[in-house]
Ligand binder design. Structure first.
Ligand SMILES: Nc1ncnc2c1ncn2[C@@H]1O[C@H](COP(=O)(O)OP(=O)(O)OP(=O)(O)O)[C@@H](O)[C@H]1O
Ligand SMILES: [Mg+2]
Length: 464
């Protein structure tokens, strides 16, 4: 089945450029090209004929590129806008990026570079289209959503581990889905019809934890009115999930080691040896090997539970899953709120994709819930996202430029902005929308320095 063609509106007051662009793209059957001579004409075309991409020059009569960009983003936030700019108007390119342009391209027209940018947009669009309904078996593994390479590797490992009875240690930062991994192992194992019992070790006091895990006999301690079964008995035949294992006290570690080695334990205050068939899965977001070195975690227990280890990847390390997850949570919270919001705008999605997500998937879910609550209109816009997403320096537009032609465009832009700001580092970094340190390291990488007869190192007007 042929994929739908993508419509590009090329806006430039120079007819020769319009012709050049149309002609160079004519053989590319992924796109349909139209041209307009200025912003006003572009808007009137867009009103009657939707386009997916707008590629616009900046300086034009009637309506310039920046105004056109702002109008397009206001009326159709999902449209991707690429800006064409001369080196002399680099500051405007920066402004355009801040107003939601997808990227900028330096003039003169370099068709190969434009094609690459357009290819990137097509990929991006593909990701954005993947809403949760089509999340078929390929993107979903039990309750886990994700189709990044690292997730497929994880699914495969879970599938293998589930066939065995080995003790598993799940590591990973907070919010990476460690609990879902444990559930998936159980659900895919032959124990699936038996209990899955989760114990949050961090929530139990030192006195309670042993009796919770192993049960107690009547009169074992004050308040033990009757004999009680512990979670290991409750989980019999199934799986016990010891969450936050790094927090269990040393005396419980000894008892746990015994269960893992002999498959048996005694209730608190009891003498009877109880045998159980329970699969143990542990999880932690601490560095257990460091805890072993510090002697807060027994080394023998560490090796026992670490027979097989699985890692929940951080969201940062699987950025390609952000649109999929964002749409998944969007659908979930939209249904709950019963609001009539159609989706997440391209600009808001771009911000979600660029954020570093220290709280991983849990934080993403919270952010989407927040934005659904604060959304007034048809779409989630950048304004509806919580403030932490606005505070992070907008790094992507400079930092994604890796290949060499883009890298030289980056150097040109940086030099232009520095010159304009009289080589003032803080001001230039601000104009570029990056941290001062980032700008400095980029200057070093591109060997950019202030022209000077006497100095060989970058000379900068800094404010310190
Ligand atoms: N791949 C995923 N797909 C869908 N939802 C996910 C995914 N990963 C995590 N979540 C959701 O994110 C939240 C946090 O997941 P979970 O509790 O499993 O994290 P965790 O790694 O155990 O974190 P912590 O160390 O803080 O306990 C849950 O609501 C979970 O459903
Ligand atoms: Mg957890």
């Amino acid at each position: 089945m042929a994929t739908e063609k993508c419509r590009i509106l090329y806006v430039d007051d120079e007819p020769a450029y319009c012709r050049l662009f149309s002609r160079s793209m004519a053989d590319d059957d992924r796109f349909i090209i139209r041209t307009a001579a200025h912003g006003e004409e572009a808007l009137s075309i867009l009103r009657t004929e939707p386009h997916e991409i707008v590629l616009t020059d900046l300086l034009m009569p009637r309506m310039d590129g920046l105004t056109l960009l702002e109008e397009v983003k206001r009326l159709w936030p999902e449209v991707f806008v690429l800006i064409l700019t001369g080196v002399d108007s680099a500051d405007k390119a920066v402004k355009a990026m801040k107003s939601g342009a997808y990227d900028y391209i330096l003039k003169p027209l370099d068709i190969d570079m434009i094609r690459r940018q357009l290819g990137k947009i097509l990929q991006h669009r593909q990701l954005l289209k993947e809403t949760p309904q089509p999340v078929g078996d390929t993107f979903r593994f039990e309750n886990m959503v994700g189709k990044d390479q690292v997730m497929f590797e994880l699914y495969e490992k879970i599938q293998q581990v589930a066939q065995s009875n080995a003790t598993v240690l799940i590591t990973g930062e907070s919010g990476t889905g460690k609990e879902l991994i444990a559930e998936a192992i159980h659900a895919r194992s032959r124990r699936r019809d038996k209990p899955f019992v989760r114990v949050n070790c961090a929530a139990l006091t030192e006195t309670l934890i042993n009796s919770t895990l192993f049960g107690h006999e009547r009169g074992a301690f004050t308040g033990a009115m009757a004999r009680k079964a512990g979670f290991f008995e409750v989980a019999s035949g199934g799986t016990i999930f010891l969450d936050e294992i790094g927090d269990i006290p040393i005396q419980t570690q000894v008892a746990l080691l015994r269960v893992l080695e002999m498959g048996s334990f005694q209730r608190v205050g009891g003498t009877e040896t109880i045998k159980v068939d329970v699969r143990v899965i542990c999880a932690t977001n601490q560095d257990l090997s460091a805890a072993v070195k510090e002697k807060t975690f027994r080394e023998d227990l560490y090796y026992r539970i670490n027979v097989v280890s699985l890692h929940g990847p951080s969201l940062r390390s699987r950025k390609s899953d952000i649109p999929l997850l964002a749409n998944f949570f969007f659908e979930m919270y939209r249904r709950k709120s019963e609001k009539r919001i159609s989706g997440i705008s391209g600009a808001a999605m771009a911000m979600l994709c660029e954020y570093s997500w220290p709280g991983n998937v849990r934080q993403l879910a919270n952010v989407i819930e927040h934005s659904v609550i604060f959304c007034q209109g048809r779409q989630i816009l950048p304004d509806h996202l919580p403030k932490e997403l606005h505070q992070e320096p907008h790094t992507d537009f400079l930092l994604t430029l890796h290949d060499s032609s883009l890298s030289s465009a980056e150097a040109t832009l940086i030099r232009a902005v520095l010159e304009e700001h009289d080589w003032h580092l803080t001001q230039s970094a601000e104009a570029l929308g990056v941290a001062r340190g980032t700008l400095y390291s980029k200057m070093e990488r591109h060997h950019i320095m202030k022209p000077s007869l006497f100095h060989h190192r970058p000379i900068l007007n800094t404010d310190i």
